[in-house]
Design a binder for this molecule. Structure first.
Ligand SMILES: Nc1ncnc2c1ncn2[C@@H]1O[C@H](COP(=O)(O)OP(=O)(O)OP(=O)(O)O)[C@@H](O)[C@H]1O
Ligand SMILES: [Mg+2]
Length: 404
């Protein structure tokens, strides 16, 4: 039968004390490890018990603007939550684990900042604690706002640049139209030459008959009819030119052969006056849905260039311009304008579609003809324009999407 001797009691107490010391030691060790672990975290970590802060890592201290942990330990978690987010955090803290959520927190100096928070209940050191991970979003938000402002600003700058380009293009169009007006007047003058000659002959004739006392009703009627025919012809020429050079208001389906024939008719009297042969052939039924007048004006620009180069070219070879239109693959319409004026100098070839590029001198060329032609063909009509030198001259080609 055993009995409790003082020695065994002391031994028992000693063992209990030792176990207690070991338990405390392990607890402290565990706590130290835990502290090391949370200090190592990139996010801010706050440990609370019954709503009071019991531990905080260095990152969280920095986030809340503290320098010493002691300023924060023991305080209520809610001291660090902005009024507008208190209800939200309260609701979230009733959950064992929360998803990340955004809320507004309070720094030590009273400033409010946006943060991303996640909370979780853990059992440790014999009591239930709440671990909250915190990421300060203020820098990110600032960057986001700055980026938004920059984007808005950039958009405004892009819009301003687009507007500037549009204005510039309009100005170039205007200049090019002025140059075309000059061309138009010289074309009208050529077209009028013949009816003016006829009118002058009619006038001389009527004076002659008057002097011979042969003016009677039938002669006067005939004179009136003949003169009116010429005058109407001249008036029609003006209308034709005005219609042809009128800016297109909208897209239309037009016949390529017909529009090319108009352009050729307008230029023909001028080139013929210089001994240049202008021939034209086109397939029937080539339809395009686009801007007919702009197309016609582009053709006139190319024809005028061919005329200019042929006027300059020496030699007694026959000077020719050939205009052709045919159907290509995939219902494309191919228009080509070829001259035998010697071609384009290879040095200037890369620049001929640039605005204000001209080899004719400021007096004779604005250098906008081919630039406008390219804008019309490629941007307005969504086609392609190209040029190659042939053995005798230059060949311009315009490819447009035709209607089947
Ligand atoms: N058929 C061609 N043969 C040789 N050179 C050409 C031909 N077409 C154009 N060029 C060259 O391209 C340049 C640019 O032509 P563009 O029509 O843009 O201007 P321009 O004819 O000089 O002036 P503008 O058309 O404004 O009166 C011409 O100056 C010329 O050097
Ligand atoms: Mg030109």
């Amino acid at each position: 039968m055993s009995s409790l001797t003082p020695t065994s009691i002391l031994l028992g107490l000693g063992i209990i004390l030792l176990l207690g010391i070991m338990w405390i030691y392990l607890l402290l060790k565990q706590r130290q490890k835990f502290k090391q672990l949370i200090d190592f975290a990139i996010e801010g970590m706050v440990i609370s018990h019954k709503g009071c802060v019991v531990e905080i890592n260095a990152q969280a201290l920095k986030i809340f603007g503290g320098t010493d942990k002691q300023e924060i330990l023991g305080k209520s978690m809610f001291d660090f939550i902005a009024p507008e987010s208190k209800a939200l955090v309260q609701e979230q803290s009733t959950k064992r684990h929360t998803e990340m959520y955004e809320c507004m927190l309070l720094r030590k100096n009273g400033t409010i900042f946006p943060a991303l928070v996640r909370g979780s209940n853990v059992e440790g050191f014999g009591k239930s604690m709440r671990v909250s991970a915190i990421i300060d979003l203020s820098e990110l938000k600032e960057a986001q706002y700055a980026l938004q402002a920059l984007n808005g600003n950039l958009e405004m700058q892009v819009q301003a640049q687009i507007e500037k380009n549009r204005q510039q293009e309009m100005m170039l169009f205007q200049q090019s139209r002025h140059a075309q007006m000059g061309e138009m007047i010289s074309m009208i003058a050529h077209q009028w030459r013949q009816p003016l000659n006829v009118l002058s002959l009619l006038a001389q004739n009527i004076v002659f008959k008057y002097k011979l006392h042969k003016l009677d009703d039938p002669v006067m009627d005939e004179f009136k009819e003949d003169s009116m025919r010429q005058i109407l012809q001249m008036s029609k020429t003006i209308d034709d030119f005005r219609d042809f050079f009128k800016p297109d208001k909208s897209i239309k389906i037009f016949d390529v052969k017909q529009q090319l024939a108009h352009a050729v008719e307008m230029v023909k009297p001028i080139v013929a006056g210089h001994g240049i042969e202008l021939s034209f052939q086109a397939e029937d039924g080539l339809k395009v849905e686009s801007f007919p007048n702009e197309f016609g004006q582009s053709i006139i620009n190319i024809l005028n260039n061919a005329k200019d180069v042929l006027l300059e070219s020496c030699g007694d070879h026959s000077k020719q311009i050939v205009v052709e239109a045919k159907r290509g693959d995939n219902s494309e319409v191919i228009v080509s304008i070829e001259d035998n004026g010697g071609g384009i100098d290879t040095i200037v070839m890369p620049y001929i579609f640039e605005p204000y590029f001209s080899t004719k001198g400021a007096k004779h060329g604005t250098g906008l003809g081919l630039y406008m032609t390219k804008i019309i063909v490629e941007e307005h009509m969504h086609g392609r324009i190209s040029v190659v030198n042939t053995t005798t001259g230059a060949r311009f080609q315009i490819v447009l999407q035709g209607l089947i």
